[in-house]
Design a protein around this ligand. Sequence first.
Ligand SMILES: *[C@@H]1O[C@H](CO)[C@@H](O)[C@H](O)[C@H]1NC(C)=O
Ligand SMILES: *[C@@H]1O[C@H](CO)[C@@H](O)[C@H](O)[C@H]1NC(C)=O
Length: 524
Amino acid sequence: MYTPSLSSAASMLLLLSTSTSYFAQAAVIPSHFAEVQHGTTSATSPTATLLACLKPLGSKVLTSSSPNYNQERYGFDLRYNYLPQVIVMATTVPDVQTATKCATDSGVAIAPRSGGHSFEGYSIGGENGSMVIDLTGFNHVSVSASGVAKVGAGMRLGPLYLELFKQGGWTLNAGTCPSVGVGGHTLGGGFGLLGRKHGLLIDSIVEIQFINAQGELLIADANNNKDLFYALRGAGGGSYGVVTQFTYQAVKPSSTVTSYTYDWDLKDYKGVLRAYVDFQVNASRDVGVEMNVGPDGLEMYGLFEGTKAQQAEAMKGFLSKAPKPKRSDVRVGRHIDAQLRFSYIAGNPTNIEALSLTGKYKPGDSRYTKGKSLVYPEPLKDSTIELLGKWGAITPKGSTANYIIVDIWGGAVSDVSADATAFIHRNAHSVFEFVAEWNEDPNAKPGIPDCKDCLAWMKNMYAEFLDDFKANYGPVRGYQNYIDKELTNWEDAYYGDAFSRLKQIKKAVDPGNTFRFPQSIPLP
Ligand SMILES: *[C@@H]1O[C@H](CO)[C@@H](O)[C@H](O)[C@H]1NC(C)=O
Ligand SMILES: *[C@@H]1O[C@H](CO)[C@@H](O)[C@H](O)[C@H]1NC(C)=O
């Protein structure tokens, strides 16, 4: 099945699959993936010194002998099965202060975890033996009369939208996937359907509450810890410390919002994509839009901040150039209704309470997936559109979904200069997210072998896009929130000219490199 996905933090859907493939394949789990036996002593066990240091946190500290250890270490991407030596289920600032200090004193790497959506398993460390500081307990939201919103860093986007709506009809310019945690999503930039109108989520930050490796509580904002404030906005995911709270200036959406989907057969790709690319240049900032290209066709979806008549006017130029859609579905409602629509929660509920995600999150919302990205600085050339048509048509054997999302950026994202924050992709015309998924069983656990054809599709496709990119668009750029450990020269692709400054800030903030994972900002 082709699964449209809107998320800017991660390509995920809450699809309830009836597949039983996990159970069918369970017999072939290789032994090195077998679950940790409770009480096993291994290289990943914490030392007595670390455990003694963490003792004040009591049952918030999970080790491999804790009954819920295995469940708590499952992340979004079930390909990764790393074994943290401890998972700290922090609920207060002092909990985090104690944990960071203990980890630093014991030389243990820390992985802060908000929603657990890292594409490469970095929210559980990206290697064995880390301390995961889980922030699920930081889920407070309070909005002032003027829309200043204090938000716990473990909040997920769905429940966050619901709370913002209930506390005065507010929202935020964030992504659509409801289970993505606000922490990682924000710290890597944060793009969503209001991005063209209100910029990235980092552009709405007023203040960040931050705990460093020494356990000190810091405030980073326009006047305090300015370098840190710069680095956290774009390069903040896991490299500098633990963010416990964001203060945002929330956004008041239009009282009427028009949401839409338009569908075409894949054979129409040239005409549709040509018109879509041109559309970016002059499109109203009230248009938020993404395009999904896959074996089942093209789907354009998004919202317009205004009435149906205004939406029709805003889309007119595009729709007159593109081939006629085979299907369209334009709806009028509140902003929160559009948010619910594009959350793709199982069963397509119409009651906004579904955004609260009261059901169990882990591991039911996880899947096996591989993602990659490219950030295009200018309108797509025909050669790139050809590749979208070619690779979009292929379904790898064993995949449950594979597609390429083409987001058009511009608008308010480009209003901020590339050196104002650590987010360098301000001039992006469009951003591609390449996605392959397999096994969406809500009961899936880590340990099933990778889908070889899915990974081959990804690798071969990306190689061709990369050649085309290098020939036509200049230095390779990727979006750090779609982090990809196979990306060579990722330092430059994600951070460009900001990288040397980011290393200097790293040295000042975390000189012992406590906050580390395979693609963290290193010491200079
Ligand atoms: C993590 O540790 C387990 C258990 O010792 C081992 O089987 C696995 O290979 C290790 N993984 C990595 C990536 O080192
Ligand atoms: C954008 O608008 C300008 C001014 O109206 C026009 O000259 C140009 O052709 C438009 N570009 C596209 C790609 O539609």
